[in-house]
Unconditional design. Structure first.
Length: 685
């Protein structure tokens, strides 16, 4: 079993804290620049980071121009490098600093990788620019101008060349590559081949002067490179102190991971500054395994990949203490926290669901749908999708044949909500009391309930679920329509559906890849925006405020449902969190629990996705997280796959995955959950 300190340490879960530092500099004053570099490196180590990148030519300053031909400056840069190397012996952080270096009678714009009191390697710039305001070829040679692979520097032999990777051997998923400024602006950056050779973190030492619109373009450039390479990307640029003879400098620092911005500095600061981010190295590795075309690219560019060498070194990782994740972990991974992105997500999900249903109806030449409306969340959302589909097909909404089918435990609240929903949508509305047919079935089975006994077992429940679905299919036959399924992704994951002739089955299920937390917000979004014309907000908000229940067992008091779904299978907000990280990334339960704890243990940390002004009220301690994750693992891996192996057609709506056996998830129906539960057991109580 893990100790609590180890469990709460980000490095135990294949994260790495990295940094980009922008020091104030002085032009042609290497001693000052080295001292500022060392000062920032110490601050980086204090924060638990293991890698820090500094700007291009940071020890000399970028704007030295023809001073780079002066021996005094070049000698001073080497001496300054020696100071940084000496200081690194006392620091457990890898530093990447920029300086000019003479090699074989040529001058190169270089990055030095320093760790543990040694220079681990020197990387020269591959593409010195010579256009516009840049004329680096006046001073510097490109990397290809020398065949030297090793140089003598500060009394030691040091690897030299652009095709180097650097790996922290006691954190092997942290393998990084360094390129310099213009290298990432060319059509095929050196980092592209480095990623194929195994670099998970790409580092760019840049100077990059400030121009109108350039900051936005840097974002695009770095975001795209990190996304294409399935990597993290650290970007530096020169800040205060560089010469303003003809240029200005904004000191912008960026950290991206697979296209997602993790950290960004404020620009035009007057003081030295640092940004930090916790990079998920396992996520990047998993993405590369999952995206098999990445491996095809490795094979296709085998020649370029083979040129890379790997320099390995150890760092004293901060493993002996709790080091919580500083990275923001969204409580609702399927629901964007940002209002604009959330609205875009809702619009897109609705359009995907509606377009898919429109295509299915058009292709089958069927103009009517049959749907069961319970007055609960899932059927409400499916009914709204059907309404929009009929609008798109220019068919009357009366072609939606909606039925509410009260049973032995249907509450007056949900029954009234079902009636109101059918009315405001404008569907053809009907009501079928399934109790007589259920009672006949129970009599045929010899069930004690038919003889007057209160035995509410699984048979009693599933007779009702089966009768509803049986009615819907026969109604579809009768009216030349198709049955629209309403069950969602969360229910499929947990096996919370009646198999076969139950809510598991339909002709087409519009909700099958939409998780419960997202469905909740989609319904709220319709209520707030009126996106489905004619559907008012009052009835939708009432549905959202209704406790989730299958309503199959009669309540004992006040008309409230006896069954509360989340009392059995756990809170949907936690189980959707678990589903996302297990289905999308295949993380071990211990890591999922660590992420969940990072997101949920502090009630003041998260926000409700539907209300930016309100602080989230829910929180879960580690015991609750572990308990509910155990429920998820057992139901997901051991007991529910046979239901998912034969689900109806349904559209995939998001990159978070689906559970279709024809798409994202193909798994045996008779697997065990042992290895996942064993990993869960390692988590401290």
């Amino acid at each position: 079993m893990m100790t609590m300190n180890k469990f709460l340490n980000l490095y135990a879960h294949d994260f790495a804290r990295v940094a980009v530092a922008i020091p104030n500099c002085r032009v042609a004053d290497p001693a000052f620049n080295a001292a500022e570099t060392i000062k920032l490196a110490k601050q980086v180590e204090q924060q638990g980071a293991v890698l820090v990148a500094f700007p291009e030519l940071g020890l000399s300053a970028y704007t030295c121009d023809d001073l780079f031909h002066q021996r005094a400056l070049l000698d001073a840069c080497v001496a300054a490098l020696g100071e940084v190397v000496a200081a690194s012996a006392e620091l457990s952080v890898a530093m990447i600093v920029g300086l000019p270096l003479r090699v074989e009678h040529q001058l190169f714009n270089c990055a030095a990788v320093i760790a543990g009191g040694r220079i681990q390697g020197i990387v020269p710039k591959s593409y010195p620019p010579n256009y516009g305001e840049f004329y680096e070829l006046r001073q510097f040679s490109p990397a290809e101008n020398t065949a030297v692979r090793e140089i003598q520097l500060l009394g030691a032999s040091v690897p030299f060349g652009p095709a180097q990777l650097f790996e922290v051997s006691n954190l092997p998923l942290l393998r990084f590559h360094v390129e310099i400024c213009e290298d990432v602006w060319v059509p095929i950056p050196p980092s592209s081949f480095a990623a194929l050779a195994g670099a998970s973190v790409l580092v760019n030492l840049s100077a990059s002067n400030a121009l109108v619109g350039k900051s936005g373009y840097r974002h695009q450039l770095v975001a795209q490179q990190s996304a294409r390479c399935l990597s993290a990307y650290l970007y530096t640029s020169a800040g205060k102190g560089e010469s303003s003879t003809d240029l200005a400098w904004d000191g912008q620092a960026l950290i991206y991971e697979n296209g997602e911005l993790l950290a960004e500095s404020e620009r035009f600061l007057d003081s030295s500054h640092i940004i930090f981010a916790d990079v998920d190295l396992e996520r990047l590795s998993r993405e590369r395994m999952h995206q098999t075309t990445f491996g095809q690219s490795v094979r296709r560019h085998a020649g370029e990949v083979a040129q890379f060498t790997v320099q390995r070194f150890e760092l004293d990782l901060p493993l002996g203490k709790a080091l919580p994740l500083a990275r923001n972990v969204e409580r609702f991974p399927y629901v964007p926290a940002d209002t604009k992105r959330r609205d875009e997500r809702c619009t897109e999900v609705y359009n995907i669901q509606v377009q898919a249903l429109v295509q299915r109806l058009s292709a089958s030449k069927i103009s009517k749908v049959v749907i069961g409306v319970s007055g609960g969340l899932d059927s409400t959302h499916a009914l709204l999708v059907c309404a929009k589909a009929m609008d798109r097909l220019k068919l009357p909404r009366s072609n939606i044949l909606a039925y509410t089918m009260p049973g032995f435990a249907t509450s007056e609240r949900t029954l009234q909500q079902a009636r109101q929903l059918m009315q405001v949508v404008g569907s053809t509305a009907a009501e079928i009391d399934i109790r007589p047919s259920c009672l006949q079935m129970l009599k045929d089975l010899g069930h004690p309930y038919a003889a007057g006994q209160e035995q509410y077992d699984i048979t009693f429940e599933n007779v009702q679920a089966g009768e509803r679905t049986n009615h819907l299919f026969r109604l579809a036959n009768h009216h030349h329509a198709i049955v629209i399924g309403t069950g969602d992704l969360s229910e499929l994951a947990l096996g919370w559906c009646t198999y076969g002739v139950g809510d598991h089955m339909s002709h087409y299920n519009v909700n099958a890849s939409v998780p419960k937390t997202l469905i909740s917000h989609l319904v709220r979004w319709v209520a707030d925006t009126g996106a489905i014309g004619g559907v008012g907000s009052d009835v939708l908000l009432n549905v959202l405020d209704t406790e989730i229940s299958p309503e199959l067992v009669p309540g004992k008091a006040n008309g409230k449902p006896e069954q509360i779904t989340e009392n059995v299978i756990g809170p949907y907000e936690l189980q959707d969190f678990n589903l996302y990280y297990i289905l999308r990334y295949g993380f071990a339960p211990s890591k999922v629990a660590f992420l969940s704890y990072s997101a949920w243990h502090d009630k003041n940390k998260g926000r409700w996705p539907h209300d930016d002004a309100a602080i989230a009220r829910n929180q879960y301690d580690l015991a609750a997280i572990k308990r509910n994750l155990g429920i998820f693992l057992d139901r997901f891996f051991r007991t529910s796959q046979f239901k998912r192996s034969c689900v109806p057609n349904a559209p995939k709506v998001g990159s978070g995955g689906s559970l279709s056996p024809r798409g994202d998830w193909r798994a045996p129906s008779d697997s065990e959950a042992t290895v996942w539960l064993d990993d869960l057991a390692k988590i401290p109580d």
